[in-house]
Design a protein around this ligand. Structure first.
Ligand code: GLU
Length: 486
């Protein structure tokens, strides 16, 4: 297939930061395009002037960049645009729209409606009271020239409506199969504020046509717009693109994803210390299953295995546990220096003294295998950087005798004292302590547990040998000395 035969797009509205659902649409569009050497377009649907903000356009672009989802055409982070089908902002496409809106008016496929909001509300209410599904009555569909003039003189505002023909719309959705819709349910739909300003459904249709979009892959929340868009596409004589509607993303309780229950923006997850690869990997699996044991994939691998036809119809539950698990896999794969670099801002933000980089690196590396997200790290490692406090009862291992614990801490202290600073490594500490345990016939738990607590103040931590190795002789001596058992 030649380049440009397949052209796909995402068309986010810049009314908020990059949403996870948009990121998933972006990924699926990207993978689909990549697989067949197609073109992936980013178009900014900023016609909602009240809610659109430039800062969100920037966040969307930067979010995609951070995730590593590259698009071939659209606005870029330097304020420019790439591609030959621009402008890629709807607000800059007025000229493109005008021609088509005028055509619909000239052909009497569309007409001006002068009904006020109050009149429309009253009409809707009356229909609802009669138990009918509300739709526009068609009151302005056949106004005479004089009537129109009279309304204009009254100073009434108008909008443009499309005369919806009575027919059955059928299309084959790549994911959902055949979808059928009766246009009778619609009433004449509003399509433009004026001849230069299309409303959402018409703008999408004109944009998709003029940008030669061949496949529309987007969230299921747009499924109800599709029949309207197909009507308008046909009215304008454009080819109908192939549609694929992606399943809804659900909160863990299976309700529709909402920010009250789940964090929904890519920035939220970035801030919490999820890695871009892990987020991509997670959203890949939100609605699609590789049907293999393996679940961790690079973007390149995704491109090889993803198939749009295999996307599920049913809602995709957002399982934070799964995201955590995936992120943990990605964190483990980082080199020590990469891990350090990514961790530093989190440690700094938590107010830890991270001036000694070598020390920081050794400390955090002990947690690399256990950590789920970077924002958990300061809490896990702060005992390396700050004085600790804990309930002395914690020093006593299970039901052992506190006197034994006290004696064992003393043995430990003597051991650490005897160990030369130049031999101070995790492995010498481990060997030395284990030898001592054997020689003196101690129970592992009765000495290793209190050492762990004395050094970390915690029940769970890396092994006491590792912790002691990193803390260094001075701190280890100090902390064991500080136990109330001395
Ligand atoms: N602007 C729409 C949105 O942000 C997308 C429209 C489309 O993909 O057709 O949800």
């Amino acid at each position: 297939m030649n380049k440009n035969e397949v052209r796909v797009r995402i068309a986010p509205s810049p009314t908020g930061p990059l949403h996870l659902g948009t990121a998933r649409s972006a990924l699926y569009n990207y993978l689909f395009a990549k697989q067949i050497d197609g073109t992936f377009v980013l178009r900014i649907e900023d016609t909602d002037l009240e809610r659109s903000e430039e800062k969100y356009t920037k966040q969307i672009i930067e979010g995609l960049e951070w995730l590593g989802i590259e698009y071939d055409e659209g606005p870029t982070s330097d304020g420019k645009e790439k591609g030959d089908y621009g402008p890629y902002f709807q607000t800059k496409r007025t000229k493109v729209y005008e021609k088509y809106i005028q055509k619909l008016l000239d052909e009497d496929e569309a007409y001006y409606c002068f009904c006020s909001k109050d009149e429309l509300d009253a009409e809707r209410k009356a229909m609802e009271e009669k138990g009918k599904a509300p739709k526009y009555s068609g009151k302005c569909a056949h106004l005479s020239g004089e009537e129109k003039e009279a309304y204009k003189k009254e100073g009434r505002n108008s909008i443009i409506r499309y005369r919806v023909p009575d027919k059955t719309i059928t299309f084959k959705d790549t994911i959902r199969g055949e979808v059928t819709f009766e246009t009778k349910l619609l009433g004449d739909i509003s399509i433009a504020r004026d001849v230069k300003t299309p409303l959402y459904n018409l703008a999408v249709v004109i944009d998709d046509y003029t940008m030669e979009i061949s496949h529309v892959i987007r969230g299921e929340d747009h499924l109800s717009n599709t029949p309207k868009q197909i009507l308008l596409t046909e009215a304008l004589g454009f080819p109908v693109p192939q549609f694929a509607h992606l399943p809804l993303i659900l909160n863990e309780d299976k309700t529709k994803l909402s920010k009250r229950k789940t964090k929904v923006t890519v920035d939220d997850y970035k801030e919490e210390g999820y890695l871009p690869g892990a987020i991509l990997n997670f959203i890949l699996l939100l609605g699609w299953n590789p049907k293999t044991e393996e679940e961790i994939f690079t973007l390149e691998q995704m491109t090889k295995i993803f198939n749009i036809g295999g996307v599920h119809k049913g809602g995709a539950v957002f399982a934070t546990d799964k995201l955590d698990w995936i992120n943990a896999q990605y964190l483990r794969k980082l080199s020590a220096d990469e891990f350090l670099e990514l961790a530093m801002p989190y440690l700094e933000k938590a107010g830890l003294d991270v001036s000694n980089k070598e020390y920081v690196k050794k400390a955090i590396l002990l947690e690399q295998e256990r950590i789920k997200k970077l924002s958990d790290l300061p809490e896990m490692v702060k005992f390396f950087f700050q004085d600790i406090s804990y309930d002395p009862k914690l020093l006593v291992w299970k039901k052992s005798d506190p006197e034994v614990i006290k004696a064992n801490l003393k043995i430990a202290l003597e051991f650490f004292e005897s160990l030369d600073e130049k031999d101070w490594t995790e492995s010498t500490i481990e060997k030395g302590l284990m030898k001592l345990i054997e020689e003196k016939g101690l129970k592992n738990g009765e000495i290793l547990w209190p050492i762990r607590v004395a050094l970390t103040g915690k029940e769970k931590s890396p092994s006491p040998f590792e912790v002691a190795g990193v803390l260094g002789k001075e701190r280890v001596m100090e902390r064991i000395n500080d136990t109330n058992f001395n």
